[in-house]
Design a protein around this ligand. Sequence first.
Ligand code: UDP
Length: 400
Amino acid sequence: MDPLPHVIIFPFPAQGHVNSMLKLAQLLSLSNFDITFLVTLDTHDHLLNHTDVISRFGSGFLLQALPHGISMDVMNTRDGISMLYDSLNKIAKPFLREFITYSPVTCLIADGLLSLAGDVAKEINLPIIYFRTASASSFWSYFCMPDLIQVGELPLKGPILSQIRTVCPNVYTIGAVHAHLKAKLATKSTSSNSLWQEDESWMSWLDTQPPKSVIYVSFGSVAGLTKEELLEFWYGLVNSEQKFLWVMRPDLIIGREKKDEIPVELEQGTKARGYMADWVPQEKVLAHRAIGGFLTHSGWNSTLESIVEGVPMICWPRFADQQVNSRFVGEVWKMGLDIKDTCDRDIIAKSIRDLMEKRNGEFSQRTEHMASLAKKAVNEGGSSYINLDRLIQDIRSMIP
Ligand code: UDP
């Protein structure tokens, strides 16, 4: 029997990265690859506690923890990201060197944020492929921002991918990994790979709501809100008089204390029209027929999940790639409103009414069109399908 390809997949320890790279792992596993999914110790424990990752994959899959290291919880602290990088550099490099010595590996698929994996791969002459959990447009903007400003090429024009190929010649544009899985498994939504306990209590509430009547609100897994921002959003939602389902992560509000009082009109407005949950299976929420809009921080996973379900967005970007994503949603794809860093209750209420009612027809037309393009791309003959297949064949051809 021919040997199976064995790939190490190594994500940066954050929800959006782990989620999409674990879906890539599942796709490769469906093509008969052996997978070692390498994660930090706390990511390992979170995945074991909150997902069905072991039973979902079966044999040929190893969830491998790095021996020790700091927790991803530091990400919300000052200097947290650089502490995390330092820790990964110290622990992952020797671990990878040793692991690869004892176990034959065909190739390493590392998060595009982990250049340390590239250092090791180069040292031991192992093929490496970087997986980017951000969009092509934001990757390119960050990569050449100084040059673009100098030659007057901002805002971005023309075909981004052909420009990326001038520095990274072999790009596999595989698109939304969860959409591939949905197509392959013929399912409405895939496992969320959640690092935290999922609340499903919202489902019975959402089931009773009319089609496209609820706006879903989530700022992803990392971004936080000040108490002032919280109030502006909350008043905006209540004053919009639309129904809402809001993910209120326990660490969402910076400096929130139990004794902080909530204005009575917000409590009443929420009771009448809203539902709050700590953490939800987002793909499942976005696929629900009652969801008509998404107020998002424009993380790339959230953006892709919304596009695939044809849900129009209000974008309130915070950092990293989010501003570029939000600009594309609002100005290029016309799939919603980019409110930038505006945080004013009246503007938020008006944007929600515009998205859900006044301009809904215009946005729905665009989002339905984009969702159908996304579906076409991951089905047989589509561009993402062809690129995923090319990736699989190329890795197979690396087996010595
Ligand atoms: N997510 C989730 N439950 C929630 C909120 C978010 O499962 O209640 C998932 C969401 O589906 C997405 C990821 O968390 O896959 C967030 O990634 P994204 O790139 O959107 O933002 P980040 O958290 O990296 O800022």
